[in-house]
Design a protein around this ligand. Structure first.
Ligand code: T3D
Length: 268
């Protein structure tokens, strides 16, 4: 297929559905293993932005259609007559997606249905939690095409699996199976392909039932912890506790505990 026809301009390549406080965003270009074109990156960023602004959404599931999660940058697009310079593409199209995932208040559950390669692996790493289908795998395919890992891969991976495994995956480009990803703690659990959507929804439902502001502060505090010392982290926890401790949801959580009933958190 010629590079300029890589994406059908009338069919969106990213689907977004909101149901019961859970947004499911699906990368939907299965014929190219959900490889990311310019349009698709713009659609994904728009979908994440819409979800981030929607107060009714309490948790997000990110997944792929077909047999892959995402094969990273659409390499055929790079063969276009005047491709965007790589540094510009990374700064202006990939990095905003990763920042959006990390700054949105809702937790993002990656439902990794198949191979996650290149920036597709980075997308998986940028999720708050990941679950995987048995056939899923993670490949830092960048080195095979003479590139460096990007879209946060060099930041996330050592933190997620440790520096030694990160170096192996990043330098050798070895494929990490779903089973090994579970052993390294990269994924919460591995399930048969047919159970993935239900399992992702079950985890997202658990998250959606928790107090949204407490979750948002927990997400921020965890990210922030990587760049501060213990004293700073202790003070940051105290600061956030002061904020969420004054919420109606904290009062509801206490009341529910005393009354021995499930809490009903409203986000207030
Ligand atoms: O460039 C910039 O803007 C900078 C940013 C870079 C970020 C990056 O993501 S760089 C890394 C890009 N991704 C890759 O290098 C991965 C390339 N793909 C693969 O290595 C393999 O396809 C997989 C390991 C992911 C899966 O292998 P396999 O054997 O299961 O499938 P396949 O046969 O290779 O692919 C199936 C189809 O998907 C095939 O199309 P065809 O021949 O049937 O028409 C293949 O060309 C297409 N496809 C797979 N990956 C991409 C892709 N098409 C475009 N771009 C891809 N990345």
């Amino acid at each position: 297929m010629p590079a300029d026809q890589a994406a059908d301009p009338v069919r969106p390549s990213v689907r977004s559905k909101i149901d019961g406080g859970i947004a499911t965003i699906t990368l939907d270009r299965p014929e190219a293993l959900n490889a990311l074109t310019i349009e698709m990156k713009e659609e994904l960023l728009a979908a994440l932005g819409a979800v981030a602004r929607d107060r009714a959404v309490r948790a997000v599931v990110l997944t792929g259609a077909g047999r892959a999660f995402c094969a990273g940058q659409d390499l055929k697009e790079r063969l276009a007559p005047t491709p965007t310079p790589l540094a510009v593409e990374v700064r202006e199209r990939f990095n905003p997606i990763i920042r959006a995932m990390r700054t949105m208040r809702q937790p993002v559950v990656g439902a990794i249905n198949g191979v996650a390669a290149g920036a597709g692996a980075s997308l998986a790493f940028a999720c708050d939690l990941r679950i995987a289908a048995e056939a899923a795998s993670f490949v830092l395919a960048f080195g095979r095409i003479g590139l460096v890992p990007d879209s946060g891969a060099t930041w996330f991976l050592p933190r997620l699996v440790g520096p030694a495994k990160a170096a192996e995956l990043a330098l050798l480009g070895s494929s990490l199976s779903a089973a090994d990803a579970e052993r390294f703690g990269l994924v919460v659990t591995v399930v048969p392909a047919e159970a993935l959507a239900a399992e992702a929804r079950a985890i997202a439902t658990r998250l959606a039932e928790l107090a949204p502001r407490a979750l948002a502060h927990t997400k921020r505090a965890l990210d922030r912890s990587w760049s501060v010392g213990l004293d700073d982290a202790l003070e940051d926890e105290a600061y956030r506790q002061g904020i969420v401790g004054a919420t109606a949801d904290h009062a509801e959580g206490l009341a529910a505990f005393i009354e021995k009933r499930p809490p009903r958190f409203t986000g207030e």
